[in-house]
Design a protein around this ligand. Structure first.
Ligand code: GDP
Length: 360
């Protein structure tokens, strides 16, 4: 499943946001066999289509796609010097698919800022610098090792060249995700070396309630991090929303000119940043959304349910959600010719409702 690591300077609202995330924990309710770590929050990707599917199929349960958030404590200015970043920090961040930095924009005289003043720009720069320095340290060791290896076996030469190209990008101050591809760095290979800045970044700006409706401010903050995605929320408000009925929460959000909570937006943004999408399955037991990459074929998608489904893939019976919704039942959708049989080369589309046929 998709995992996003949360980082940020102290006192920016990470714990507050994380507490809101874990209040919302869907894992315990829907996935009783999963063990859950205290620093992991699992949130559903909001998807109105599932309720409609469940209605059509009389499903007992709805299982949305999920996004896991991991609270990665331990990054401050100077973290990459001296002792370096802690092993726990590095292990957590290496497992994450994307890095989400919480940035403080709210002003509050009672909440001390580590650098003495609230400056989103300088907070972003601080974390950026620490991660770039951490990668340069990792590379220093990797390059020394690969230089030795390359003298003995020539297969190591491309690895060395890639590490050197990555080093150059980082020395120029760019992350590998942003600057690597253009400089010929193979990001997958760089990930294999444990380089942190190969991951995409998402920025969450923690705003005051009155800043939430300040479009000029939001535009200027988004411009700081372009082309990365930015989400705006008020961490305290997110906590309050979790304690409200859905109706009250909706009303509260409308008061801020929003249609969904900041955490819902964050889950959606995670999917966007990582180029993911969902397809749907439905039956009397459950209506469910499954996470796949954009451009995946039907057998690859089947493999998300079970590897046997991918191995034994024969074909997929597919109807688009829109067509099924309009028809009102599978039988009705079939009778108007909206249910298709697709083979192994079919590229999945968002909102496909699927039943796989496979050999076991
Ligand atoms: P962390 O160190 O990044 O985990 O920050 P915390 O979540 O512990 O928050 C630090 C302090 O800021 C706490 O006293 C929070 O109540 C407060 N805080 C968090 N978010 C907001 C916010 O959006 N507005 C205001 N005014 N205070 C906040």
């Amino acid at each position: 499943a998709l995992t996003i690591g949360i980082v940020g300077l102290p006192n920016v609202g990470k714990s507050t946001m994380f507490n809101a995330l874990t209040k919302n924990n869907v894992l315990a309710a829907n996935y009783p066999f999963a063990t859950i770590e205290p620093n992991v929050g699992v949130v559903p990707l909001p998807d109105d289509r599932l309720a409609r599917l469940a209605e059509i199929h009389g499903s007992d349960k709805i299982l949305p796609a999920t996004v896991s958030f991991v609270d990665i404590a331990g990054i401050v200015r100077g973290a990459s010097e001296g002792e370096g970043l802690g092993n726990k920090f590095l292990a957590n961040i290496r497992e994450a698919d994307a890095i989400c930095q919480v940035v403080r924009a709210f002003e509050d005289g009672d909440v001390v800022h580590v650098d003495g003043k609230v400056s989103p720009e300088s907070d972003i720069e601080t974390i950026h610098t620490e991660l770039v320095l951490a990668d340069l340290q990792t590379l220093e060791k990797a390059v020394a090792r690969l230089e030795k290896e390359a003298r003995i076996k020539k297969e190591s030469k491309p690895l060395l060249d890639n590490a050197l190209a990555a080093q150059k990008v980082l020395e120029e101050g760019s992350t590998l995700y942003a600057g690597g591809p253009a400089a010929g760095v193979d990001l997958d290979q760089a990930r294999g070396l444990g380089l942190l800045t190969t991951k995409p970044f998402i920025y969450v700006f923690n705003l005051d309630e009155d800043q939430l409706t300040d479009d000029a401010l939001k535009t200027s903050l988004a411009a700081l991090v372009e082309p990365a995605d930015a989400v705006f929320l008020n961490a305290k408000l997110e906590m309050d929303l979790m304690d409200m009925s859905p109706e009250d929460a909706q009303e509260m959000l409308e008061g801020f000119g929003a249609t969904e909570s900041g955490l819902d937006q964050l889950a959606r943004t995670g999917f966007h940043t990582l180029g993911l999408q969902t397809y749907l399955t439905a039956g009397p037991k459950e209506s469910r959304a499954w996470t796949i990459g954009r451009g995946w074929t039907a057998p690859q998608a089947a493999g998300v349910i079970h590897t046997d489904f991918q191995r034994g893939f024969i074909k997929a019976e597919i109807v688009s959600f829109t067509d099924l919704d309009a028809a009102g039942s599978m039988a009705a959708a079939k009778s108007v010719g909206k249910v298709r049989m697709e083979g192994k080369d079919y590229v999945m589309q968002d909102g496909d409702v699927v039943e796989f046929r496979f050999n076991v």
